[in-house]
Design a protein around this ligand. Structure first.
Ligand SMILES: C[S@@+](CC[C@H](N)C(=O)[O-])C[C@H]1O[C@@H](n2cnc3c(N)ncnc32)[C@H](O)[C@@H]1O
Length: 241
């Protein structure tokens, strides 16, 4: 969705050329610039390798956005910086990442009213008595195992307000070469470097995710976002009527 009434952050005055994958909004650069080099490098590479801005454009311009598995908060910050009319809540199981995410939010000038981070347990699900304008899950499900992943998506779908949407950015397992590369890289992140906490690395078929979203009465469309990327990015958009 367009960000009509919103506050796009001004372009960086120096650094990578606008329009290249490495170019980030100035607010995002500012947010992480005082973090340890490993976090600066990690968030830079994630920005360049994932179409964060394409996902952000599918959010409603205003309202309450829940991101499940927000990591260092890169997408949550992107969503909050792109529109003054959004309130964003990011959750993750990794407390150390959230410490950095909170500092980054502060450095970007976002107070708790605009962006809040909460540490949760691995089996946490959105509460059934609170609905969101949007729920977002980016590259989390492959860490959970298929059954827990589908259970989380079902709970996320139930947490979407009428008129709201669930955005799930995962990998398209039917693009086999790209999916194989992705699994190898994620095994390195979880088992070797331990940048990412997770039980397993198991890509969840998009068909299974779509079915769970449809069962929760969402109208589901799929956007291929892999063009120009080595990863088989795909975005499922579940719209509640
Ligand atoms: C690959 S990172 C993606 C982070 C962020 N969504 C992004 O796109 O930059 C996966 C994140 O999922 C988190 N995670 C793993 N299992 C989780 C669970 N059961 N509930 C919430 N977060 C979880 C990890 O701690 C990690 O920060």
């Amino acid at each position: 969705m367009s960000t009509g009434s919103t506050a796009q952050t001004p372009a960086e005055s120096s650094g990578p050329e606008r329009g290249t994958r490495w170019h980030r909004p100035a607010g995002i650069v500012r947010a992480y610039q005082s973090e340890p080099w490993s976090t600066r490098a990690h968030t830079l590479v994630r920005w360049a390798s994932i179409p964060m801005d394409a996902v952000e454009q599918e959010l409603p311009d205003s309202g309450e956005v829940l991101e499940i598995g927000c990591g260092h908060g890169l997408f949550s910050l992107t969503a909050a910086l792109a529109s003054h009319d959004r309130r964003v809540i990011g959750t993750d199981i990794d407390g150390a990442k959230l410490v950095e995410a909170r500092r980054a939010a502060q450095a970007a000038g976002l107070n708790q009213e605009r962006l809040e981070f909460q540490q949760v347990e691995a089996d946490w699900r959105p509460p059934s008595d609170h609905l969101y304008d949007a729920v977002v899950i980016i590259d989390v499900l492959y860490l959970l195992g298929i059954s827990a992943a589908l259970n989380l998506v079902a709970a996320a779908a139930r947490a979407v307000k009428p008129g709201g949407r669930l955005l799930v950015k995962e990998m398209d397992t039917t693009l086999r070469a790209k999916a194989a590369w992705c699994s190898t890289q994620e095994l390195i992140s979880t088992k070797l470097t331990r940048v990412t906490e997770g039980e397993t690395v198991q890509l969840v078929p998009l068909d299974a995710l779509r079915a769970v979203m449809q069962e929760a009465d969402l109208e589901v469309t799929t956007q291929a976002l892999d063009r120009g990327y080595v990863h088989p990015h795909a975005l499922l958009i579940g719209q509640r009527r």
